[in-house]
Design a binder for this molecule. Structure first.
Ligand SMILES: Cc1ncc(COP(=O)(O)O)c(C=O)c1O
Ligand SMILES: N[C@@H](CCOP(=O)(O)O)C(=O)O
Length: 464
């Protein structure tokens, strides 16, 4: 499998090199040159597979021959054996034909575990084979950070630096990152927001001279293709468990960096019958406005009760726009420059095609809390605020009642007790493995929103 950059001016890479990078050298994101496509018969034949076996089927073509089958299958098996539920991604029914796909059964209680617990293993495997060391710099609004640290903390091939917006993640999220003991783990509390952190991360890829050519810079955010690849699997899994591929499915996806919903779009392009994908946003609704009004206009980032989705510059939207612009890297490159500084209207025909599959909806904090309360009252099922935004959007945007509607349950409610309490409900208890989280010692460094400070911190640490 070959990978190309969305901006059309970077070398084509094979899987291993895509895994060991982040942004392409032209500033774009890597995507497969050609996607695998499956017939309904092939997809149907996967119906009874356990999650890890299905994951192997879906992931293998993206890896190509880069990793032997037995090693790949065993990394996948080990990854999902660490999840709390035997089904790995169980479906909870919340109404007639309406479901939550629980993607929070992994060790850090958010959907990020699906890709990041595997990514840590893949990175370690490939770096060991090449006898190389890598530096991870990651940006998180709360969940990617802890999942990446959990996935990479055992690797002596990696140093991992995670930037998060100081005082803008939940207390559980922060403690999940800052209490991990590991000589290779550094938490950086940046005086800024998630966009600032992600902006610095991208700037590090653009100029890597601070690593003196001695270390490889690797991304754990969804700009890394391997993240998206692993997230495609659960769309197939959910559908197959509800009668797919012999019926259409609709998915509502709490959205920030557009990685998770982009994985759903890929599943559809790979042959899975998907009737509707709903982009569910909080008050940071740039994607909702872009899709519903064809107007891409940045508003200042708002702090909400769903902090993981407090994102304005949504990286993976570029991967969708690449298709909207007929995979023309030069045209997209110009467009992306324009989107940094101007309000942009996208190609009308391309956006009309997008709207055949995508709908969007924005939910504010009050309605998020009302949704948590209402669903708990109806069913006794407790939603986290991000998933609540998905459920609300699903109910508002549903096109028909016959198609099963699956909201991606992106996090466990215990991570976001502020919203649960604001909804007038009692916060759940931490699971057993995190029971002493509030007694553990924290380690983090507060840092200005300053690229030079970040680069010199990283360089000083790894070359000490
Ligand atoms: C709990 C939760 N829900 C939803 C999202 C949004 O996912 P994406 O960034 O892939 O759009 C995130 C983070 O990105 C998250 O942590
Ligand atoms: N919500 C994320 C933000 C980063 O998104 P990613 O999927 O690109 O890693 C977080 O919780 O960190």
């Amino acid at each position: 499998m070959k990978y190309i950059s969305t901006r059309g001016n970077a070398p084509e890479l094979e899987f291993e090199d895509v895994l060991l990078t982040g942004l392409a050298s032209d500033g774009g994101l890597y995507v497969p040159k050609e996607l695998p496509h499956y017939s309904l018969d092939e997809i149907r034949s996967w119906r009874d597979l356990p999650y890890a076996e299905l994951a192997f089927k879906v992931i293998k073509p993206f890896v190509g021959g880069a990793i032997e089958d037995s090693a790949l299958q065993s990394m996948i098996n080990d990854t999902y054996a660490g999840f709390a539920h035997n089904a790995v991604a169980p479906l909870a029914q919340i109404d007639n034909n309406e479901y939550v796909l629980e993607l929070f059964q992994g060790p850090t209680l958010a959907f990020k575990d699906f890709a990041l617990q595997l990514l840590g293993r893949l990175l370690d495997h490939v770096l060991t084979k090449r006898n190389e060391r890598g530096v991870i710099i990651g940006a998180t609004s709360g969940d990617t950070g802890s999942a990446a640290i959990e996935g990479c903390k055992h690797s002596d091939r990696l140093d991992i630096f995670i930037m998060y917006p100081h005082n803008r993640v939940s207390e559980v999220q922060r403690r999940q990152m800052t209490t991990i003991k590991g000589d290779n783990v550094y938490n950086l509390a940046v005086e800024g927001n998630f966009d600032d952190c992600q902006g610095m991360l991208k700037a590090c890829f653009a100029d890597q001279s601070f690593l003196k050519g001695e270390r490889r810079l690797i991304a754990v955010n969804s700009i890394n293709w391997a993240r998206i690849m692993a997230q495609v699997v659960y769309y197939f899994y959910a559908s197959l468990n509800l009668g797919g591929p012999d019926r259409d499915m609709a998915f509502s996806v709490p959205t920030g960096n557009f990685g998770d919903i982009f994985a759903g779009y890929l599943a559809h392009k790979m042959g899975l019958p998907v009737k509707q994908l709903i982009v569910a946003t909080n008050k940071n609704d740039i994607l909702h406005r872009a899709i519903s009004q064809n107007k891409y206009e940045k508003h200042p980032l708002a702090q909400t009760l769903s902090p993981s989705m407090d994102i304005v510059v949504s990286s993976n939207f570029e991967r969708l726009l690449f298709d909207v612009y007929g995979r023309d890297g030069a045209a997209l490159s110009q467009l992306m420059q324009k989107m940094n500084t101007e309000t942009v209207e996208f190609d009308a025909q391309g956006m009309a095609a997008v709207r055949q599959l995508f709908d969007s909806y924005s939910v504010d904090d009050d309605v998020t809390c009302e949704t948590i309360k209402q669903l708990y009252g109806e069913t006794g099922y407790l939603l986290d605020p991000h998933t609540a935004i998905g459920v609300k959007a699903a109910r508002e945007c549903r096109r028909d009642a016959k198609t099963p509607m699956i909201t991606l349950g992106t996090a466990h409610p215990v991570k976001f007790t502020q919203a649960i309490e604001k909804a007038g409900l009692e916060a759940p208890k931490l699971p057993h493995h995190l029971q002493d989280l509030f007694e553990r010692e924290e380690r983090f460094t507060v840092m200005q929103n300053d690229l030079d400070e970040l680069k010199s911190f990283v360089a000083k640490t790894i070359f000490a």
